[in-house]
Design a protein around this ligand. Structure first.
Ligand SMILES: [Zn+2]
Length: 455
């Protein structure tokens, strides 16, 4: 095991960083990246290193930063908890996560965020940060929050799991105009969804077949809520981040270009890039999530938007439930699926198939989350940055996820049976190996993320 005084030389790596792939080496010095270079490592570094790792031309990436997870802790820990899910994260190459506020109690006060930080400090294997949730009545908390410690404000413009629907126009306008931080929005129009639910309920009773999920949580519900969020953000000058974009239609609200120049950014998730409505037949409610997975044409448009720079971030919306909670159809089964352990292998697999490039995967999963949230000294392979790194084998034999690999507490994955062509071999968090060839080294090396809000 590495120690705090370790010097690890990783050589013969294909380093993917800041738009290029370079053959070279990285020296980890304690918890920090000491040196990065092209070609063979200098003799002096070889002598300095206490451990040397031949990367054998595998990919060396910055650890992924997942800006959208639901680790269910506190209150829903029968589904997942901070310890189990942070282990799943590092097993996949996710070295930092930002957790959402729909826990029990809901994270809608500064005190509730502090409770989560204290819990994470004790048990998390990955670096951690938290959103504070907006309600119709907690503007005081949102304005008093220290946004160097809190990633931003989560605003549910539609209903979702938890009870944080913000539907008061005056609350929304004050949040947009007064909160000095990034506002991440779940955009689905509740009125449209309720009307659809009523229609399908009248026809089918308690439950409706799963393939109607995207008809109930419809594309129109997404389009209207995203339109409203974007209009509000423009009107009040808010820094808006639209979560889990699921339709081609919503892409009209976003523009290509460097994330530094944007006031409105967009996220999508691996499930919207992998699956489409044809998969409800095979996977049933396993792939039920909110917003719903929609048509093949949406999936194609989203893939193109990732490649074109219209989508800025890939996060997982990792939202585990027990398998027995996923029973039923479009009205009864709960929404959400685990994803954090396999998001990076999935995205590297899609890159190997030519859907987008490996440089773009690193941009959307590492660089851009660091930029969007202003995360200090993470997300890039640069001297002086924390040594959050991941060694990925992208020439492994194709394999599929089986239940024995799954570290999430829920014990299942929507990816079981899906072929993957990339595997996370080693993950470093703050210079320490926490995952190595299928073995987890439990570690207290994780830190709270520090945010430099520039909103
Ligand atoms: Zn979510």
């Amino acid at each position: 095991m590495a120690t705090d005084n370790n010097r690890t030389l990783i050589y013969n790596a294909r380093i993917v960083n800041e738009g290029t792939v370079t053959s070279g080496y990285v020296l980890i010095d304690g918890e920090i990246i000491g040196e990065v270079g092209a070609g063979a490592a200098p003799q002096a570094l070889e002598e300095l290193a206490s451990e040397k790792i031949d990367a054998a031309e595998r990919l060396l990436l910055p650890g992924a930063i997942d800006g959208h997870v639901h680790f269910r802790d506190p209150g829903l820990t029968h589904k997942a908890d901070m310890a189990t899910e942070s282990r799943a994260a590092v097993a996949g190459g996710v070295t930092s996560f930002i957790d959402m506020p729909n826990t029990v109690p809901a994270t809608t006060s500064i005190a509730a965020v502090e409770d989560k930080m204290a819990r994470a400090a004790q048990v998390s294997c990955a670096n951690y940060g938290f959103f504070i949730g907006a309600t119709n009545t907690n503007l005081d908390e949102l304005l008093a929050a220290d946004y160097s410690k809190i990633a931003g404000v989560k605003l549910f413009l539609g209903s979702s799991t938890g009870n944080m629907l913000v539907d008061s126009e005056s609350a929304i306008s004050r949040i947009f105009s007064e909160v000095p931080a990034l506002i991440a929005v779940h955009a689905e129009d509740e009125n449209i969804i309720s009307a659809n639910r009523k229609t399908f309920g009248e026809e089918y009773g308690d439950d409706a077949p799963i393939n109607f999920h995207p008809a109930i949580r419809s594309r129109k519900a997404c389009l209207e809520a995203t339109r409203r969020a974007v209009e509000g953000a423009r009107k009040y000058g808010a820094r808006l981040h639209v979560l889990h974009v699921s339709t081609a239609d919503e892409l009209q609200f976003f523009s290509a270009g460097p994330v530094e120049c944007k006031r409105i950014t967009a996220e999508t998730c691996p499930q919207y890039l992998l699956f489409c409505d044809e998969h409800y037949q095979t996977f049933g409610a396993r792939i039920k999530c909110n917003p719903a997975i929609k048509r093949a044409s949406d999936r194609e448009a989203l893939r193109k938007a990732v490649a074109d720079g219209v989508i800025d971030v890939i996060s997982t919306d990792h939202a585990p439930h027990l398998e027995q909670e996923k029973q039923g159809g479009a009205l009864k089964a709960v929404s959400g699926m685990p994803m954090v352990q396999f998001s990076l292998p999935v995205m590297v697999t899609l890159a190997s198939e030519g859907t987008f490039t490996i440089e773009q995967v690193v941009e959307k999963m590492c660089h851009n989350p660091a930029k969007i949230f202003g995360i200090e000294r993470r997300g890039f392979i640069r001297p002086g940055y924390y040594a959050d790194l991941v060694l990925v084998d992208d020439s492994c034999e194709p394999y599929s996820v089986d239940s024995g690999m799954i570290l999430s507490k829920c014990g299942w994955s929507p990816l079981e049976g899906a072929p993957l062509r990339a595997k996370t071999d080693i993950t470093w968090v703050n210079g320490r190996q926490v995952w190595r060839y299928g073995v987890l080294f439990s570690s207290a090396s994780a830190k709270a993320l520090v945010f430099k809000q520039n909103q």
